[in-house]
Design a protein around this ligand. Structure first.
Ligand code: NAD
Length: 338
């Protein structure tokens, strides 16, 4: 079988997840990387042994490329994905899928018209830490309905590891879609479809222009609920006093996973002070994280199977974010679908 030939659109931080995962497979070949920053594209091409270009319009037209991974500022996802699909490439597009439902729908339609795979980079679906929390909830270990809580507060990603665009509203919608879309997607993956959303969002930071302070309550059709607070409101270098993830149920609480001396645990607290500790393995192997995600993408290209995270999943996460914006603007609970 001939090798599956890959292009990478974007030579920033996330290319460091995708290209090594491509190169780790004997049946795949890394061909070219595109980035508007020529020196960055050249450096990555030298690092990974491929061509480079500065315009993804050139990359998607190459007939020696079968599939692309897209990791550029969110504003450009839909344009790059649709052009790649129209040129007959399979697409693994980073989250958030796009900024509007119209863009998401156009990406899904382009994939259907081309008969190509469109997968969204919800890599947490391949994470054993989150997967263990999911398994324990689904096994009913603290009862249902439950309330899943997730609280994260820090500074917006920025130099030297990332671009400034993350906190610039021209390119990004801030922490809830950029980071919290992993949570929103994973919660849907675990608890099912969302029926309604209540949110508070504002701009607190002394830099940037996005809604950097977000608090969202999700009401699931299952009766479960989730509280998601994602804030990038802190100045760079500052840290918050607490944060993490737990699940409150009628029979107890599943605490955040913890890693100690290379071993992974979850504590479950129950009535009467009983504490159960569950040990699990965070594999970081071919089934998990960035490699697991890439392997799933290649498997779907080769077999026609449905990706673990589809374009529809990307659209649903974005719809929940847009419902949160509407809730903040109108000061009321918003029912889904929009
Ligand atoms: N799945 C995850 O956990 C995860 C983690 C990090 C980033 N991401 C996503 O990946 C995407 C990229 O994020 P990043 O952290 O790599 O950003 P980054 O700032 O590190 O890199 C972005 C790169 O895109 C380039 N670029 C900007 N506009 C471009 C254009 N029009 N055409 C080509 N190149 C362009 C920049 O020059 C830069 O090199 C975002 O959508 C982000 O949300 C996902």
């Amino acid at each position: 079988m001939s090798k599956l030939r890959f292009g990478m659109i974007g030579a920033g931080a996330i290319s460091g997840l995708h290209v090594p995962a491509i190169k780790a497979r004997e049946d795949c070949e890394f061909v070219c990387i595109a980035d508007v920053n020529e020196s960055q594209a050249r450096a990555r091409a030298e690092q990974w042994g491929g061509d480079y270009c500065t315009d993804y319009n050139d990359l998607v037209k190459r007939d020696d490329i079968d599939a692309v991974a897209i990791g550029i500022p969110t504003r450009f996802h839909a344009d790059a994905a649709i052009k790649a699909l129209e040129n007959g490439k399979h697409v693994l597009c980073e989250k958030p899928m796009a900024r509007t439902l119209e863009e998401c729908d156009a990406m899904i339609a382009a994939a259907e018209a081309a008969g190509k795979v469109l997968q969204i980079g919800f890599v947490r679906r391949f994470d054993d830490d989150w997967g263990t929390m999911r398994r324990l909830v689904q096994e009913g270990r603290v009862g249902r309905p439950c309330m899943w809580r997730r609280i994260v507060c820090g500074a917006a990603p920025g130099p030297p590891n990332y671009g400034e665009w993350y906190s610039d509203a021209r390119f990004s919608d801030g922490p809830l879609p950029e980071s919290g879309s992993h949570d929103i997607d994973f919660l849907r993956y675990t608890l099912g479809d969302v029926a309604a959303v209540t949110a508070h969002m504002d701009h607190l930071a002394n830099y940037g222009s996005v809604l950097d302070n977000t608090v969202v309550i999700l009401y699931f059709r299952s009766g479960d609920q989730a509280l998601v607070q994602w804030s990038w409101s802190l100045p760079r270098g500052a840290s918050s006093g607490f944060g993490g993830m737990d699940v409150i149920g009628p029979e107890g609480c599943i605490h955040s996973t913890r890693h100690e001396d290379g071993r992974c645990f979850v504590d479950i607290s129950r009535a009467g002070g009983e504490m159960e500790t569950v040990e699990f393995v965070n594999r970081r192997d071919a089934e998990t994280w960035g490699q697991g995600q890439m392997n799933n993408f290649v498997h779907c290209i080769q077999t026609g199977d449905t990706p673990r995270a589809t374009g529809w999943d990307g659209r649903c996460a974005q719809e929940i974010y847009l419902a949160a914006v509407r809730s903040m603007e109108e000061g009321r609970r918003i029912e889904l679908p929009l």
